[in-house]
Design a protein around this ligand. Structure first.
Ligand SMILES: [Zn+2]
Length: 332
């Protein structure tokens, strides 16, 4: 479990939130290959198959470079277990949602992984596998992505599908990862490119107006929300100026549609602030108002100096235009 997930789980336990724990079933390699290619999975489980298939030019690039398994996605000791658990947890959520209103999997949301390539800290696209599992029971699925980075891997998987609508809110600027998501591709593939510095009030206004419209068009039976929180103020890789209250407001808006909803994690690179935000969202889902003071947990000193559940705004400049200008540029 990553540090931010462990902190989140500790904090949720310390607040004694009234939640039901569903044990995640580990995925099988066969389940991974429902979406990922044999070359990619083969490279993780053994590089020999890849070489014998001759699908790469070893002079130009190493096989691992071809498959994105370098730099921020370098292979590591427990990668096989990691992938099976991440994928399995989101597939478990998809199988269980018929009996629940909301299921949360903060370990999921690896939205950058491609069919044949790792990218942006994502080795397996559990979101795609989750949605593919949902397709067994639902005809119309809405995927909403509020991670600050474009949900490119999920968009790519379903850009030709009318049964899955994807809608991603993200920064799209020259040099900003992953560089895609400037325009909506069609009425089922919506992109809302934003600039750095957006604050809660404006973000919520854009979010609610876009989602209201998308809901009306997509008429979904189930919603998957990728709730990466790298848009929190002062995130080291982010660039927005949002607070935990802003994320709770977005989630609250979705929950008010009374649609079964799977909430997945995603980015967020200040583990303490991620834990605060994801705990707050969890509390919102079960209708609990959290006391401001963090209860004592093993890592309590990390929450110094104020030991508060709040993530405050910074004085970062907002480079975005007005809500109406943003909405107008999306529809053009
Ligand atoms: Zn991100």
């Amino acid at each position: 479990m990553t540090r931010k997930s462990r902190l989140t789980h500790d904090l949720i336990a310390a607040y004694k939130l009234p939640i039901e724990i569903i044990e995640a079933q580990k995925a099988t390699i066969t389940e991974l290959m429902e979406y990922h290619s044999v070359e990619y999975i083969g490279a993780i489980y053994s590089t020999k198959e890849l070489e014998s298939e001759g699908i790469y030019d070893p002079v130009e690039k190493t096989p691992l470079e071809y498959l994105g398994l370098v730099d921020d996605c370098a292979k590591f000791t427990d990668i096989k277990e990691h992938i099976l658990y991440i994928a399995g947890s989101s597939i478990t959520a998809a199988r269980a949602i018929q009996d629940h209103d909301v299921i949360i999997n903060w370990q999921g949301g690896r939205h950058h992984a491609k069919k044949s390539k790792a990218a942006g800290f994502c080795y397996v696209n559990d979101v795609v596998l989750c949605i593919m599992q949902l397709q067994e029971d639902y005809q119309r699925i809405l995927y909403i992505d509020i991670d600050i980075h474009h949900g490119d891997g999920v968009e790519e998987a379903f850009s030709c599908s009318k049964s899955v609508t994807t809608c991603s809110f993200h920064i799209c600027e020259p040099g900003y990862f992953p560089g895609s998501g400037k325009n909506s591709l069609n009425e089922y593939t919506i992109n809302v490119p934003l600039k750095p510095g957006i604050q809660g009030e404006k973000f919520l206004a854009v979010f609610t107006r876009v989602v209201e419209k998308v809901m009306a068009t997509a008429n979904p039976q189930v919603i998957v929300l990728q709730c990466g929180v790298d848009g929190l103020a002062r995130d080291p890789l982010g660039g927005w100026n949002l607070t935990e209250v802003d994320y709770c407001n977005c989630v609250d808006y979705i929950l008010r549609s009374n649609m079964p909803t799977i909430i997945l994690g995603g980015g967020g690179y200040n583990p303490v602030n991620v834990a605060k935000c994801w705990t707050s969202v969890t509390a919102k889902c079960v209708g609990v108002d959290l006391p401001r003071d963090i209860p004592e947990i093993d890592d309590w000193p990390l929450f110094a100096p104020d030991y508060s559940i709040n993530v405050s705004k910074s004085n970062q400049k907002d480079y975005n235009e007005s809500v109406d200008s943003i909405l107008c540029s999306i529809s053009n």
